[in-house]
Design a binder for this molecule. Structure first.
Ligand code: CDP
Length: 221
């Protein structure tokens, strides 16, 4: 198992909104016995802290202050995952100084044995360029919107499929178009399109890709 290896095993899982990267990353962490970090929650918590203080998430000074004073345990998952928090998160995430302020927190997780699985947008490119394995998860925007719409409905949130799709498209554009750490696959990432895959099939496909990379690198998990 990973605990027997000398250096932490790090797995990067990137991809656009609602691509299924969070579910996959969580399952991979459980499978390999690694820590898990949902890096999107850091941007979401930063944005929520700004809004609760009455500020604008696009205001650099307010967003950087919130990122530096971040208490990741302050908000519940339910508060973090509302459409408003998603939209505000992608605004604070476009501010370079916010990204810098959150970097150490993310890297600390990867420095401890037995290692960690991180999901986000720039894990394979910026946060952990030396990750042992990198996945880039995609799915058609309509499929992603259907999945996210179901999640919202499950929490009793009243938002239409069309609104969710529009939110996903807007965030994809902002995340891909920003100047710093844009949403792009790392050159050595393995692409996994989950449009036609259920959770179990996507997990098996992800495992196959990771096992292949680790074998190639002579690295055991
Ligand atoms: O779950 P979903 O994919 O909808 O979002 P998330 O992963 O929680 O990320 C929320 C927002 O945070 C994204 O739209 C990005 O703007 C930003 N983010 C980022 O810029 N870099 C990361 N490593 C993770 C999230």
């Amino acid at each position: 198992m990973a605990a027997a290896t000398a250096t932490p095993l790090v797995i990067a899982v990137d991809g656009p909104a609602a691509s299924g990267k969070g579910t996959l990353a969580r399952r991979l962490a459980a499978h390999y016995g690694l820590a898990y970090l949902d890096t999107g929650s850091l941007y979401r918590a930063t944005a929520l802290a700004v809004m609760l203080a009455g500020g604008d998430p696009a205001d650099e000074a307010a967003a950087v202050h919130a990122a530096q004073a971040l208490d990741p345990a302050r908000f519940t998952d339910e508060q973090l995952r509302t459409p408003g928090a998603s939209e505000a998160a992608s605004k604070v995430a476009a501010i370079p100084a916010v990204r810098t302020a959150l970097l150490d927190l993310q890297r600390t997780v990867t420095s401890k044995l037995p290692g960690a699985v991180l999901d986000g947008r720039d894990i394979g490119t910026v946060v952990c360029p030396d990750a042992d394995a990198k996945l880039f998860i995609t799915a058609a925007p309509e499929t992603r919107a259907q999945r996210r719409h179901l999640e919202h409905a499950g929490r009793g949130e009243d938002i239409s499929y069309e609104e969710v799709l529009a939110d996903i498209r807007r965030r994809d554009e902002r995340d891909s178009g920003r100047a710093v750490a844009p949403l792009v696959p790392a050159a050595d990432a393995h692409l996994l399109d989950t449009t036609e895959l259920g959770i179990e099939a996507a997990f098996q496909a992800a495992l196959d890709l990771i096992e292949g990379v680790l074998r190639e690198r002579g690295r055991s998990a």
